[in-house]
Design a protein around this ligand. Structure first.
Ligand SMILES: *Cc1c(COP(=O)(O)O)cnc(C)c1O
Length: 394
């Protein structure tokens, strides 16, 4: 009897549907120009929006901390794994987000998986946007609350669903910037509903921090609603260029999570050097506001040159979705672009719905206008070429 039969059949099925995932190995640091397949390529897919993974002053500071504090943390946050570097980062984060207090988790994934089950329990309702990140979906499942999924960014649908459960305690959770479509939550609508119906409001700022808001402080700054959300979580692994997740809010919130969030309590904390890199990155965002401004200029410029090349896109965030449809075609277009030195992956089911495959370009503050214009032309040409070759096939 082959114990692996079921799994092998499933893998084969994924291959047949062009859904089989392969790992791409990068041969350099993460930056605007990477080494891949033994050549130089323009990176248009990284979450390192401010190009902080390989930034001189961050590396310099992190090297000092590495020399002084070593490589590992040696324990969980509540035992021996909290160094001054962890505390300094939390203080910097709280200040950056204009909150009383902040708490660092090991990843954004672990933050959602810790916060939601700690705050919500059986008898509660979690209202969750249908396009929320997988870590939110898992966090909802791990809590024993009932999850009510509302239509994407649709505040009318959300209110209808809240009324259906009126009187029950709960929490509304949404991505701040949606990780595949790059659109922004209706924060004014969400906060108003939360306040009207006595629910907690929680925003996941993974792709918002360092990207939107005049100074890159995220959704609240974007909407001029500083201090209005109850719970702001996010990650240090995207624009911040390091690793770790975080939550910002009241001291009551962070004290409670220290005592109740299992992913915070039962996991070895991140290394001091990781914390130091994140702290220095947050300081750089404040010291050098041109970085966030350049990123925002690049977003406007790239959308414009794509539109000039006949591609219908519109985004206010560093995530630029270019719709393709069929999984196989998206893969082929991406491969053509890779061959030309543009690293732009295809995104497909199960990350997005079946038949809604797309190219997902992600911008950096350090991309030049010329590079982005060249990429836009190449994308338009590759999509055109693919359509023509399909016509020839028929
Ligand atoms: C990436 C992401 C996370 C997970 O953060 P990690 O630090 O990578 O684990 C959570 N939520 C959203 C919306 C994300 O995009």
């Amino acid at each position: 009897m082959n114990k692996w039969k079921r799994i092998e059949v499933e893998l084969q099925g994924l291959q047949e549907q062009h859904l089989y995932r392969e790992i791409r190995v990068i041969e350099s640091s993460q930056r605007a120009h990477i080494r891949y397949r033994n050549r130089d390529m323009l990176m248009l897919a990284s979450n390192s929006y401010l190009d902080f993974c390989d930034e001189e002053r961050i590396k310099e500071y992190a090297s000092q901390v590495l020399a002084e504090y070593g490589t590992g943390s040696g324990g969980s946050r509540l035992t021996t794994g909290t160094t001054v570097c962890h505390i300094q980062l939390e203080e910097t984060l709280a200040r950056f987000k204009g909150r009383e207090s902040a708490l660092v988790f090991n990843t954004g994934f672990a933050a959602n998986g810790g916060i939601l089950p700690a705050l919500c329990r059986a008898g509660d309702i979690i209202y969750s946007d249908e396009l929320n990140h997988a870590s939110i979906i898992d966090g909802c499942r791990q809590s024993r609350a009932e999850t009510v999924v509302y239509r994407h960014n649709d505040m009318k649908d959300l209110e209808r669903k809240i009324r259906e459960h009126s009187g029950q305690p709960g929490l509304i959770i949404s991505d701040g910037v949606f990780s595949m479509d790059g659109d922004i939550v209706d924060l004014p609508g969400l906060v108003e509903l939360a306040d009207t119906y006595g629910l907690l409001s929680m925003i996941d700022e993974a792709h918002a921090t360092g990207v939107i808001g005049a100074a890159g402080r995220g959704c609240e700054e974007h909407f001029h609603m500083e201090g209005r959300t109850d719970i702001l979580m996010g990650t240090l692994s995207k624009a911040i260029g390091s690793e770790g997740g975080y939550v910002c809010g009241s001291r009551t919130l962070t004290e409670y999570l220290k005592n109740r969030a299992r992913s915070y309590i039962f996991s070895t904390s991140l290394s001091p050097v990781t914390m130091a890199a994140a702290k220095r990155a947050l300081e750089l965002i404040e010291e050098e506001p041109w970085r966030v401004r350049r990123l925002q200029e690049n977003i406007r410029w790239f959308c414009r040159v794509l539109q000039e090349n006949g591609i219908d896109v519109c985004s206010e965030t560093a995530i630029i979705p270019i719709r393709i449809g069929e999984e196989e075609k998206a893969m082929q277009v991406s491969e053509v672009l890779m061959e030309q030195g543009f690293f732009i992956p295809a995104i497909r089911y199960p990350t997005v719905k079946k038949g809604e495959a797309m190219l997902r370009a992600a911008l950096m503050a350090t991309h030049t206008k010329e590079e982005l214009a060249a990429a836009a032309e190449a994308i338009a040409a590759a999509i055109g070429q693919e359509s023509n070759s399909e016509l020839r096939k028929e």
